[in-house]
Design a protein around this ligand. Sequence first.
Ligand SMILES: NC(=O)c1ccc[n+]([C@@H]2O[C@H](COP(=O)([O-])OP(=O)(O)OC[C@H]3O[C@@H](n4cnc5c(N)ncnc54)[C@H](OP(=O)(O)O)[C@@H]3O)[C@@H](O)[C@H]2O)c1
Length: 307
Amino acid sequence: MGMKAIIVKDQAAGTTGMKLAERPEPQAAINDVVVQVHAAGFVNTELGWPSTWADRRDQDRTPSIPGHELAGVVTALGYGTTGLSVGQRVFGLADWHRDGTLAEYVAMEARNLAPLPGDVDFTVGASLPISGLTAWQGLLLHGRLQAGQSVLAHGAGGAVGSMVTQLAREVGAYVIGTGRAADRQKALDFGANEFIDLDNDALEDVGSVDLVFDVIGGDIQKRSAALIHVGGTLVTIVGPAEARPVDGLAVDFVVESDRAQLSEIVQRVRDGRLRTNIGAVASLDDAVAAFNSTTRRAGKTIIRVRP
Ligand SMILES: NC(=O)c1ccc[n+]([C@@H]2O[C@H](COP(=O)([O-])OP(=O)(O)OC[C@H]3O[C@@H](n4cnc5c(N)ncnc54)[C@H](OP(=O)(O)O)[C@@H]3O)[C@@H](O)[C@H]2O)c1
C-alpha cells in the first residue's frame, strides 16, 4: 500500500528540495508500532543533520522522510511490542536515522511514544516532543535547576526557549529571557521575569546567572558563559560549548525520547502549567510551501496530516 509523504533527496537544496511524493507504507519491525500520523512537527535545522541523509552505518538513506515529532493513532504492532495497543492515541519523538513523521504513516519504536490523553488535540501533541523534552532534560537533568536559581533563557520566544522559560518558572527559578525585540512581549507572556533584546540591549548587564540555556551558539554562547557563577551550568543544544565557565560544567546534548517525561509534559499542558508555542498549521499538501515561507516564524509550524 502507498502513502503520501514529504521526501528530500538533495541536502544542498534545503527546504526548497522538499517534495510531496508517494511512498510505500512502513512496516513494524521488532518493538515497533506503526502510527497513523494525525499531526507532525519539523525542525528547520534537521536538513543539516547527518542523520537526515545517512543511516547509522553512514550509508545514504535518501529519499528520506523528514520530521520527527508526531501525534496520531497506533495501527499495527511489531513482533514482541508491548505497552501500546492498536487504536491508541499517542505522541512522541521518532528516531533521527529513520524515515520520519511528515507522512501518513510512520514506523517507530514503541518506547519513543507516550499515550496522548483524549482531551489534547493532535496538533498540540505534535508540537510538544522536541521542545518539551529538550527543555525538561536541559533544565532538570543536565542543568539540575533548583528553586531560587537564575536562568538565562536564550530565544525565549522560540519553540525550545518558551518551554525553558515556563518550566524554569515552575521550578521556582528567576528567568531572564532573550531574543529579538519583536519577541519581548511573547517571552514575558510565557513567564520571563525580564527580557534582553540581543540586538539592542547589553547582555552583560544581566549580571551573573546560575544556568544558561543556549539555543543560539557562537558569540552569544561565549559571552553568556562569562556570566555564569562559579559552579553554574551552561547547557547548549547547538553544538559544542566553545567557552567553558571556570570551575563549571558545560553540557552539550541531543534530546532523547522518554515516555515518562512526555507524560509529565502533556499533563502540564492539560492543567495549564505549560502553554505550547504553535505558529502556523498547514496540511500535508501545503507543507512544502509552509516550510518555504519567507515570513518570520512566530512559533512552531505543525503539519496537520489528517484533518
Ligand atoms: N540538541 C538538541 O537536542 C536540540 C533540540 C531542539 C532544538 N535544537 C536546536 O536549537 C535551536 C533552536 O530551536 P527552536 O526550535 O527553539 O528554534 P526557534 O523556534 O527558531 O527559536 C529560536 C529563537 O531564538 C532566536 N534567535 C536565534 N538567533 C538569535 C540571535 N542571534 N539573536 C536574537 N535572537 C536569536 C530566534 O529568532 P529568529 O527566528 O528571529 O532568529 C527564535 O526566536 C535550533 O538550532 C535547533 O536545531 C537542538
